[in-house]
Design a binder for this molecule. Structure first.
Ligand code: F3S
Length: 426
């Protein structure tokens, strides 16, 4: 791989041993990928504060510098962590203080995470603590090279914002944060961003539920390719696109999609395919829509619902407001819990608006930082859960061995209030 002068200097230790180790990691990683060079990034979204038993052991043995060296720089040596060279944020992590006494999540992990926040915060990691950094201030510009992790964030970054990132890992984002560099390959190259598949909706795709189901279909049929979607698409909002992308990255491994006339790199169908002829369209009609609905609902047998989960990817302010409206003046069923996950920064707005209090009065919780799938934690004794998220319906049954129902936010709230799943496809 060809290195620029500043990169060679970093590799040779001009900026200290931690930066040299980070550059060494990027060179090895880039060469394994076949990248010809690195590119500059000033936007890293990684995971440094996420607690784990391995991290707890490393911190016990050698402190936070040791934990960073091993986990985030993939090194056996121990380096003193300097300040982040470029803006870096923490994605979702474990449950935080606000979940103590609510989520059955080890107190030791909450404490470890608090220590991590102090250590990394001092060194310039912005503790956004969400899978949706784009909702709370991390909005890269179009064509900006980024180094992001988290599949739902990556697909949003590429497709909706038109910025450029591959699906990075813990070590590559750690190295990028110290060097401001990332291998120039994959989604960073313009020619790798054009559509490969065309999927055409013959039924209206409108609203959060349908954008999620359509995304689930698209991911399943294109897998890791680059879909262009057209047809009976109603104007999506940011929340719809958040759900659509997360779904494509759950049933498949989509990292970039295009919607002609909507997403920034696809002003036209022609542009979405880079001037090449569009392939034959894959159809999405009422039969396919029903099949997706049934797939997402074939993990539920008992209609008794113990737990309702909203906010995957983390809820927008609009979603919190909608949940509050649906719960206003009602009370949750005695045996059912409701958690709504959102970034902490949005919860502070929800607090000011009174949404959190309305949800709390009904018996629900607005929680932050994490989610049941990420922290492998749902209310004690949960056997059946309901969600409005195709991603959470896809993952949580396998992670926790529980049954799942998938439907609209209103159907989920109804299940929380009655304790019974009564959703149906309309
Ligand atoms: Fe976010 Fe958890 Fe869903 S990390 S995308 S809320 S699975």
């Amino acid at each position: 791989m060809e290195l620029a002068d500043d990169e060679k200097a970093m590799l040779d230790g001009a900026e200290g041993p931690a930066v040299a180790a980070a550059m060494d990691l990027l060179v090895r990683y880039g060469e394994a990928l076949g990248a010809e060079r690195l590119c500059e990034t000033r936007n890293v979204a990684g995971t440094m504060t996420q607690p784990s038993p391995v991290k707890a052991r490393l911190v016990r043995e050698g402190g936070w510098n040791k934990a960073f060296s091993v986990i985030n720089l993939d090194s056996d040596d121990e380096f003193e962590l300097p300040h982040m060279r470029v803006p870096t944020c923490q994605l979702q992590q474990g449950f935080g203080e606000d979940s103590v006494g609510i989520a059955p999540y080890p107190r030791s992990m909450v404490e470890l995470q608090s220590g991590a926040e102090a250590f990394y915060g001092e060194r310039g990691v912005n503790i956004l603590a969400t899978c949706t950094p784009y909702q709370v201030g991390n909005l890269p510009a179009r064509d900006e090279h980024c180094a992001w992790m988290e599949s739902s964030a990556v697909v949003y970054c590429n497709s909706v914002l038109g910025a450029r990132t591959n699906c990075e890992g813990t070590a590559s984002t750690g190295a990028a944060s110290l060097t401001g560099k990332i291998p120039y390959w994959g989604n960073h190259l313009p020619e790798n961003r054009y559509g490969t598949h065309l999927v055409e909706a013959a039924v209206p795709v409108a609203g959060f539920l349908d954008w999620g189901m359509f995304g689930y279909f698209v991911g399943e049929v294109v897998q890791e390719n680059r879909p262009v979607v057209t047809g009976e698409l109603r104007q999506p909002d940011q929340t719809d696109l958040k759900h659509f992308g997360a779904s494509t990255a759950s049933s498949g491994g989509v990292e970039i999609y295009h919607i002609p006339g909507i997403t920034p790199e696809a002003p036209t169908l022609d542009a979405a395919f880079g001037g090449r002829a569009a392939p034959e369209a894959i159809g999405y009609g009422s039969r396919e829509r029903r099949a997706v609905y049934e797939t997402l609902n074939n993990q539920g047998e008992s209609t008794g619902v113990d737990f309702v989960l909203l906010g995957c990817p983390h809820a927008s302010l609009d979603q919190i407001a909608r949940a509050a409206r649906a719960l206003d003046g009602r009370k949750l069923n005695a045996g059912t819990e409701l958690w709504l996950m959102t970034p902490r920064a949005l919860r502070s707005v929800a607090d000011r608006n009174g949404y959190t209090e309305i949800i709390r009065r009904a018996g629900g919780r607005v929680l932050t930082d994490s989610c049941p799938a990420m922290s492998k934690s749902a209310p004690e004794g949960t056997r059946v859960f309901a969600t409005d998220s195709a991603k959470q319906a896809h993952y949580l049954p396998a992670i926790l061995g529980i049954e799942a129902w998938f439907g609209t936010l209103e159907e989920c709230v109804d299940a929380a209030v009655t304790g019974t799943w009564r959703g149906e496809l309309r």
